[in-house]
Design a protein around this ligand. Structure first.
Ligand code: SF4
Length: 62
């Protein structure tokens, strides 16, 4: 599983970071970025939660 952030949509609330900090981090500008190339299998559940919880629907699977 690979994910990316649509930077036009992300508003930086950090919901994804709080749900899965191993995959999502906040930049110095307060927006989220993906810190791994491939989501480890044991984190796919947390990433799916983050996708569902993002208020801007900014997390895309690749
Ligand atoms: S939850 Fe969505 S809007 Fe919030 S920081 Fe993450 S990607 Fe951006």
């Amino acid at each position: 599983m690979k994910v990316s952030i649509d930077t036009d949509r992300c508003r930086g609330f950090g919901v994804c970071v709080s749900l899965c900090p191993e995959v999502f981090t906040l930049t110095d500008y307060g927006y989220s970025e993906v810190s791994v190339d491939e989501v480890p299998a044991d984190l796919e559940g947390a990433v799916s939660e983050a996708i569902a919880a993002c208020p801007e629907h900014a997390i895309e699977t690749l």
